[in-house]
Design a protein around this ligand. Sequence first.
Ligand SMILES: *Cc1c(COP(=O)(O)O)cnc(C)c1O
Length: 382
Amino acid sequence: MSASPSSISIPAELRPADGRFGSGPSKVRPEAVKALAARAHDYMGTSHRRTGVRSVVGRLRAAMAELFGLDEGWEVVLGNGGSTGFWDAAAFSMIERRAQHLAFGEFSEKFSAVTAAAPHLEDPAVIASPYGSHPVPESADPAEIDVYALTHNETSTGVAMHLNQPQLDGARSGTTPALVMVDATSAAGAMTWDPADVDCYYFAPQKAFAADGGLFIALCSPTAADRIERIDSEGRYKPATLDLAIAVRNSRQDQTYNTPALATILLTLETAEWMLDGGGLAWAASRSAASSGAVYGWAAARDFASPFVTVSAMRSPVVCTIDFEGVSADDIAAALRANDIVDTEGYRRLGRNQLRIAAFPAIEPSDAEALTACIDYIVERL
Ligand SMILES: *Cc1c(COP(=O)(O)O)cnc(C)c1O
C-alpha cells in the first residue's frame, strides 16, 4: 500500500525547525525580519537621500568590503535590477567588444544571450559543458576577449567552480587587461574566494544573503572601475539605469541612482553583520558546507538517491541537486510541501527526477539533517 503524497504527515520531532529550503528567494532569518520591524519608524519610509538611510547603505558597503577582504581601491557598487539587471548594465558599461562565457546552466546561458543580443558588441565566445559539470575558460588576446564571464555557483544545476584560473593571468595583465566577471548570485556569502582572481564579483541578496530581491551588489576591482570609466569617456550610449559610471558615483555617496527597496538593504546588512559577528566568510561558508555535506552524505548512503553532479569537486556546497531512482521526486516534494517544508522541487528545465535543496548559511545545518530524515520517512511510505 502506498500513500498519496499529501496524506503523509511527518511527526513533529522529525521536522526541521524552519521548512524553507528554496534556492532563491531563500530563507530570511526571523532575527533579520525582527530587526527590520524595529526600524519600522525611523528607517522604513524615510528618504534615501538623507543620513538615516545613507548611513545604512554606508554600513552595508563597509560590511561587504570587510566580509570579502577587499583592498583599498575596490568599489562596492549598488543599484536596482538584481543580477539580471546587472547583466544588461555590464553589456553597456563593462564589456568593451567581446565576452567569453562559460555556459553550464540557465543563468550562465542567460548572460551569454544578453551579450549575443547587444548590437554594439560582437557575438560572444560561448564555451558550454553538459549540465552537471562546468567548462573552463580559454585564454585569448585581450584585443579579442575583454571579459571572461564565470559563474561561481550555477544555481540551476548545483555546479560550483573555483575562480582561480591561472591560464587567464596573461590576459588580465598588461596595459588593456581583460576582466574576470563572476556571477556570484547564489555563492556570495556562502563560498570563499580570493579577490586577486576576480575583477567584478556581483550578486543579488535574495539567495545566500538571506534578504530580498531587486538589488544588485557589484564588487569592482580598480581595473574594473577603470574599464567602467573608460567606456563612459568613450561616449557609448547607455541608458541611465544601466550606466555603471552613474552607479559608481552614487554608491560612493552611499546612494543609488533611483529609489531602492529600503527593506532589502537593511535585511542584507543584517545578514552581512551576522556573518561578520559569527567569524566572517569562512564561518558562513562552513555552515553551508555542513548542511550540504549532510545532504550529499545522506544521498550517498541511500540506494534511491544520488548527487546529480558526479565530479565531487564541482558539487555545489550551497545548492544540492539530488537525483532519485524508483521513487518520484515530485511526490517527495509534494509530501514535504504538505508538511510545510517548501521549495525543494527540482529545476524544471533540467527535466530530471530530482530535488534541489538549498544549503545557504541562514539555514541551520541541523535543519538540513532533519530534512533528510523527513525524506526517508516519506520514501518509506510512498
Ligand atoms: C538567481 C540568479 C540570477 C538572477 O538573479 P535576479 O536577482 O533574479 O536577477 C542570476 N544568476 C544566478 C547564478 C542566480 O542564481
